[in-house]
Design a protein around this ligand. Sequence first.
Ligand SMILES: Cc1cc2nc3c(=O)[nH]c(=O)nc-3n(C[C@H](O)[C@H](O)[C@H](O)COP(=O)(O)OP(=O)(O)OC[C@H]3O[C@@H](n4cnc5c(N)ncnc54)[C@H](O)[C@@H]3O)c2cc1C
Length: 440
Amino acid sequence: MNEYPYWWDTLPSRTLGSENSELRTENSAPATSHQPPATGRVDVAIIGAGYTGLAAARLLAKSGASVAVLERERVGWGASSRNGGQLLTGLKLDPSTLIKKHGEARARQLFDVAKESIARLESLVAQETIDCELTRTGHLQAACKPSHFAAFRDEQALLARVFNHRVELVSRADQRSEVGTDGYHGLMIDEHSGAINPARYVHGLAAAAVRAGASIATGVAVTGVQRASNGWRVSTADGAISARNVFAATNGYTGGATPNLQRRFVPIGSYIIATEPLTPDRAAAILPKKRMAFDSKNFLHYFRVTPDRRLVFGGRAEFTSPDENTTRRAAAILQRAMTDLFPELAGTRIDYAWGGNVAFTRDQMPHAGVIDGVFYAGGYCGHGIAMATHLGEAIADRISGGSAVHPLFDDRFPAIPFYDGRPWFLPLVGAYYRLMDLIS
Ligand SMILES: Cc1cc2nc3c(=O)[nH]c(=O)nc-3n(C[C@H](O)[C@H](O)[C@H](O)COP(=O)(O)OP(=O)(O)OC[C@H]3O[C@@H](n4cnc5c(N)ncnc54)[C@H](O)[C@@H]3O)c2cc1C
């Protein structure tokens, strides 16, 4: 079993910032920089080469700014090459919670931002001709209990009334047309969602940023950010650069270089396994319409089939950030969950297992803006492929002098009380949600 993301093996053999062979182990030392390390002075220094940082770098460079992206590991090394590749409608919060917390008008505005971010990503991919297997497959959400299917009915009505968004319900009796199991109590289908190869997308975005004129230095860890005359001094292990503006795009990997941001994002481990390629018949029986799939629990499972017919099956099997032990433990838990749902996969080989950090916020909403003079965007709570691209661009526009008004801009984003970046409360939160999954 390979303990690194399956997606890494789908990259062309030479990709920006790393050769494929360098990617093929989680524990390899950071690749040396393929571009000269950024030195001197730039208009914007961006920390982190994931979707957020690279989408911003591309747009800023297009507007004529000098841009240096500084990445501790390799291009896309963080969540952007580790995720499930599910391009989902909506936000982490379900529609009724969104309305309860924000009221109908703002909830509609937030939902629309999330929905439009998918269309925006699609046009970016087309404009830059990024080969990333992007398809509008739709998604299915599966009810784990009869009461969850009843809640889907309310959600369907709410989505139509408040958000002008249509979804379809499929009863348990008919669900095999969508998913090859009787383990669920009905489904909710949303045709708006899509599938993407996350690693190919992030590498395509990096190439587009470089074409636009940005520089990307890999293997360069930012160790500190201090105010200086005319802007900022950004320190790295190899020296320092000066920048008029700094954008921290580190999301679930935010560390001590930006301690104020670290106190706002909680990194939570999410894990995935990928099977060997399935026979065409078996793959078609599991997900006949090749939809993105996830269930209705708090500790949810999500799954999809890749173009080479592997079942990619993920979930929050462990709460802590991935290491060798947690990844193996999580892989065993996920394999059991997968074969409970699809017993015919009992003898199927698991070819890949990996994990990554999802950044959660206290209100389970993404945030972007400025904290103590440093631009930031993140906290996508597992719904970040399109939203990170969108907020990266929104912050780039703001840095270029564009609008400082956006429904998700928050320059007063509060720190989480009694939290310094070490999420001591996760076992308690985990226990609470496990209990909720049992009783609700
Ligand atoms: C297992 C998993 C499954 C997911 N599934 C989905 C999904 O199906 N659909 C969806 O929409 N979202 C999903 N997500 C979330 C999505 O992947 C993220 O929201 C998105 O990738 C965030 O992109 P980013 O650029 O903000 O952060 P990242 O891609 O994590 O990039 C941050 C980068 O910052 C770098 N960095 C950190 N500190 C420093 C420093 N001091 N100096 C230099 N560099 C630094 C890191 O090395 C990292 O590469 C999933 C996430 C995980 C982990």
